[in-house]
Design a protein around this ligand. Structure first.
Ligand code: AMP
Ligand code: GLY
Length: 419
């Protein structure tokens, strides 16, 4: 069997690591991959959103199943292109992926199907948006409608700040076409959690809960990043909250998708705010989370390939997932300067060490240069460890993180400490 994984971050490394662990003989390609992925799969130099060349590669190389990591590939219609060529793929169509690629679409969908979420209004003219915020309470959240690499959301403390963001996004076109519309929404108070759910279009199957750490500095200070770490299980995502989510959020969402005739095959990621009034959806993502996947997947005992295949073939009904009781903590090593400007191409030391079987170093942004592994992104390495509880997992992850280094490397010291 031949599998192609699209993407090249820690999420894709974790997925491939699991596929490889389940079946050492599986042939795995990854486009474009990274230095760590290249050690357990074959990297293919095609970018994730280059859907035509990805489909051509899959057809020419007899790929049996393709698994999509990043949203950019989904929004570019990779699933539609593969389906049109008769190629099997795990990932929703472009129409279904609008749940992530258009916040306005997602919010209207939630409103229509009574999925709890923040109140909102959408604007396509800056003038109207500016007059609307004059009557609002603050903080207030301003979001570019389209994809903006995780940077399109601003929590604004004052009218002046919100007006500045609106001007930058709508008039200054900071995010290009993605900011032609903006969603302005009510600020939700609470802690965040991540609930990822497999779906084949008819049945759904939830994964273990998790939460990630978006702010750059300890204590949730500083700017938003792509994620500085994650844990699974998430102590704040209790069994009772999970039940409420299934009943009020997950089930109504999949019922709504069916009513809209949207066949959703892939992972649907519910980003939740656990508010005093119950869990509410901050947003949907149409893919695995990063870095939540790096914490969740190592806890999965069930083989992953049969789940992907079942989603692609509408046979998820017969499948159950078994999870390890161990806790997982994932610490992200980021480039100096990230989430702002940072250097690439810095040599990484310490990767050859033996960290033990409970610890995995997933590569998020690395490349191979002159036989050396060098940094190649803002998020560089994702150190995940399992332990009998979060404390043990955390100690293991930090012990490994301390042994790895590159110029300017930084990481948060408080991942998993809430436990
Ligand atoms: P998003 O890109 O939608 O995941 O938003 C990025 C971050 O902004 C989230 O992780 C939250 O911390 C914050 N955020 C987004 N929407 C809201 C909201 N309505 N209320 C409070 N915080 C929000
Ligand atoms: N960890 C947040 C995301 O994957 O969007």
């Amino acid at each position: 069997m031949r599998v192609l994984v699209i993407g090249g971050g820690g999420r894709e490394h974790a997925i491939i690591w699991k596929l490889r662990k389940d079946d050492p003989a599986l042939e795995i390609f990854c486009a474009p991959g990274n230095a760590g992925i290249g050690k357990i799969a074959r990297n293919v130099p095609i970018e994730a959103a280059d859907v035509k060349n990805l489909a051509r590669f899959a057809a020419e190389n007899g790929v049996d199943l393709t698994v999509v990591g990043p949203e950019a590939a989904l929004a570019a219609g990779v699933a539609d292109e593969f389906a049109a060529k008769g190629l099997e793929i795990f990932g929703p169509t472009k129409a279904a992926a609008r749940l992530e690629s258009s916040k306005d679409f997602a919010k209207r969908f939630m409103r229509k199907y009574c999925v709890p979420t923040a109140g909102f209004e959408t604007f396509d003219r800056a003038r109207d948006a500016l007059s609307y915020i004059r009557e609002q309470k603050f903080p207030l959240v301003v979001k570019a409608d389209g994809l903006a690499a995780g940077k399109g959301v601003a929590v604004c403390q004052s009218e002046a700040e919100a007006a500045g963001v609106l001007r930058e996004v709508m008039e200054g076109r900071k995010f290009g076409d993605s900011g032609e519309k903006v969603v302005i929404e009510e600020f939700l108070e609470g802690k965040e959690a991540t609930y990822m759910v497999f779906s084949d279009g008819e049945t759904f199957l939830p994964m273990a809960g998790a939460h990630d750490y978006k702010r750059v500095f300890d204590g949730d200070l500083g700017g938003n990043t792509g994620g500085m770490g994650s844990v699974s299980p998430s102590p704040r995502f209790t069994a009772e909250i999970e039940r409420t989510c299934l009943e009020r959020i997950v089930r109504p969402t999949f019922d709504g998708l069916r009513r809209e005739d949207i066949l959703y095959a892939g992972v649907l990621y519910f980003e939740l705010m656990l508010t005093p009034d119950g869990p509410k959806v901050i947003e949907y993502n149409c893919r695995f989370g990063d870095p939540e996947t790096e914490a969740v997947i190592p806890r999965l005992k069930t083989g992953l390939l049969p789940v992907f295949t079942a989603c692609a073939r509408k046979r998820l009904g017969g499948i159950g997932l078994e999870w390890s009781d161990e806790a997982s903590v994932c610490v992200m090593l980021a480039s100096g300067g990230d989430p702002g400007e940072y250097k690439k191409g810095l040599e990484i030391s310490g990767l050859g060490a033996d960290f033990g079987e409970k610890t995995q170093v997933f590569h998020a942004g690395t490349a191979e240069k002159d036989g050396k592994t060098v940094t190649d992104g803002g998020r560089v390495l994702c150190v995940t460890a399992l332990g009998k509880d979060a404390r043990e997992a955390r100690e293991r992850a930090y012990e490994a993180a301390r042994r790895i280094g590159f110029d300017g490397a930084h990481y948060r010291r408080d991942i998993g400490s809430e436990e």
